[in-house]
Design a protein around this ligand. Sequence first.
Ligand code: SKM
Length: 280
Amino acid sequence: LVRSLKAGLIGTGIQASLTPAMHMAEGAAQGIRYDYELIDLNLLGASEKDLPRLLADAERRGFAGLNITHPCKQAVIPYLDELASEARQLGAVNTVVLRSGRRYGHNTDWWGFAEGFRRGLPDADLFSAVQLGAGGAGVATAYAALSLGLQRLVVFDREAGRAQALARMLSPLFPRAEVAAGNDLPSEMRNAAGLIHATPTGMAKYPGLPLDAELLSRSLWVAEIVYFPLETALLREARRRGCKTLDGGGMAVFQAVGAFRLFTGLEPDAARMLGHFRAM
Ligand code: SKM
């Protein structure tokens, strides 16, 4: 008996996404006929306002679930029936399970970063870290780092208000940690054990380094979220200076590992999914 399953990704700028291939390859390896399609708002001439129709279409077509990416992770929430507690706390959903006419919102982004971090930087000192970027991805990485036990997180963003908002949102969720918006990056970098990079700098469209290379001291661990390219200028520079590093592949793969589990009810083979991702 070959099970068959449909899922998809709703968002903009998703044509180069590796998520469909990761899900379908893992499905095939588990003997499922798995069809994962891109529901690209740009190509459809659609926007967040079309979410009710897109969700209903997916249900009518028997989809097991949907991944949700930019710019819909917050906008989708009003159309869901239930939210997992982490998705509620983060105020962002990247995975919607469709079952028996009900819609369940989850967030596998933060777990994806946490799982990649646990595996890739197992001995990282979690005394303190600086995070660059307080956008959608930054909310997930900060939540993940604090969930892993980070004691002090100082967040920077080009829009200072976003860093402050993130600190205000996370402080009450992690009362034993200190979460703050920073204003003196050189001084915070001198006191930090690690750096989490959660801005788009380093992608082909936004080349370069997100901070002055001189701020990368060799004792620092550096965790990157950009995965295209996998080796960003930041990681190259950090490695050259002797830092321990984590590339963005872990978060990209483990968000899919989490979503695969939710959509199929099957346990994905994370090592196989990682291997497939690295081979693409
Ligand atoms: O949260 C993920 C989403 O599930 C898939 C994705 C992608 O394939 O571009 C990006 C992230 O937002």
